[in-house]
Design a protein around this ligand. Structure first.
Ligand SMILES: Nc1ncnc2c1ncn2[C@@H]1O[C@H](COP(=O)(O)OP(=O)(O)O)[C@@H](O)[C@H]1O
Ligand SMILES: [Mg+2]
Length: 359
């Protein structure tokens, strides 16, 4: 089987490529910056000027700056590549904290109270009813870089003016007291395979490792474990990092990471994370391929069984074939209906349904 990792070539991605080689026959390490997506006639995905090869499994990774490109690549590959752990829409949703919160809200996943407003003025009106400190975030950003804290109405108000001048969208969130810690859980399939507690540096509220925080091993409670797995499920992804705040009122999800780093977690974990992910991707790909093979056989068998019993209306489950824009129906349909080019027919067509009847 053939696999590819399309990424920005981070250490985590390279570790994964190496582990994948222990499972797949061929593993290609493809740099995202060398990929081009062409839409329209003769469109497709091009890598260094050539059409991208076929793979049995593709794992796409990259930062929020590439969210649209990642989504485009995944959308073009969906239905063609047997297994991809991340659906196309997840790249734009998860790389945006507001869109993530909207999905989590629909799926009843607990999160801190979060506000969005159209203008700086209406955001300022909010400041009357919130408890301080509050958090302000750019929806897109990682490593703690787009996260700001305000201890009072006056500091929040001046931050809002600065954000207004930047003309950037932002969210306002209640501050969850955790003593400067958060939980990072790495979900693979329906399991948390590794987790750590991150603690912010002194005089710092952000627990990110890139903001000077440090990670320690942690045994997750069942509730937090389930919350992480439910979050991945709600977002429709098989692999992601989930950031959770364990506040006084229970655990809250603050974000998911679609391209989680493995280095920090590797330091506090006893298992070989790239190997665990590689094994998961291999098993899923194998399952998907054998499932597809089974379905094809089942369809063929169904067609045969219909053929043996041609009385009464029959249901045929099969894929449609096209010649250009025209639909080609199976020969069996011609036999059963006894349609001919000598007669006239009425077509009742609507989205997802077609009825043809002899006049
Ligand atoms: N609502 C909040 N209450 C308290 N701390 C928060 C809150 N939101 C974020 N933080 C702190 O800021 C850090 C970064 O926030 P997060 O939303 O995960 O953004 P990033 O994508 O930059 O990691 C978190 O790890 C946490 O320590
Ligand atoms: Mg985070």
């Amino acid at each position: 089987m053939k696999a590819a990792v399309i990424s920005l070539g981070s250490k985590s991605s390279l570790m994964l490529v190496e582990s994948l080689k222990n499972y797949f026959d061929v593993v290609d390490n493809i740099h995202l910056k060398n990929i081009e997506v062409n839409l329209g006639k003769e469109g497709g995905i091009f890598y260094q000027g050539n059409k991208l090869d076929h793979y049995d499994c593709i794992y796409l990774k990259g930062s929020f700056r590439y969210a649209q490109l990642l989504r485009s690549i995944a959308a073009m590959l969906e239905g063609k590549i047997p297994y991809m752990p991340l659906p196309a829409n997840a790249f734009t949703t998860i790389h945006n904290k507001l869109l993530t919160h909207l999905v989590l809200e629909q799926q009843h996943i607990p999160m801190p109270k979060t506000y969005i407003s159209a203008t700086t003025e209406s955001a300022k009106e909010l400041l009357v009813k919130v408890n301080f400190p509050i958090v302000m975030k750019f929806p897109e950003g990682t490593q703690g870089k787009g996260v700001m804290f305000a201890d009072s109405k006056s500091s929040a108000s001046s931050l809002l003016d600065a954000l207004g001048a930047l003309n950037q969208p932002f969210i306002i969130q209640e501050y969850v007291e955790t003593g400067g810690t958060d939980i990072r859980a790495l979900v693979v399939g329906d399991k948390v395979i590794a987790a750590m507690k991150r603690t912010a540096q002194k005089e710092e509220k952000r627990a990110n490792l890139h903001a000077g925080g440090y990670g320690t091993p942690v045994q997750l409670t069942r509730e937090v474990n389930k919350l992480a797995v439910d979050t991945a499920k709600a977002l429709g992804v098989d692999i992601c990092g989930v950031d959770i705040l364990e506040g006084p009122l229970g655990p809250y999800v603050i974000e998911a990471n679609i391209s989680p780093g493995l280095q920090g977690l590797t330091k506090v974990s006893t298992i070989d994370l790239p190997d665990e992910i590689a094994q998961f991707l291999y098993t899923k790909t194998q399952q998907t391929l054998s499932q597809t093979a089974k379905e094809v056989t089942k369809d063929a068998l169904r067609e045969i069984s219909v053929n043996r019993n041609p009385l009464g209306p029959q249901e045929i489950v099969t894929q449609l074939k096209f010649r250009g824009e025209r639909i080609l129906l199976p020969e069996l349909v011609t036999k059963m209906t006894q349609f001919s080019d000598q007669k006239e027919y009425t077509f009742k067509a609507q989205k997802g349904k077609l009825e043809i009847e002899e006049i």
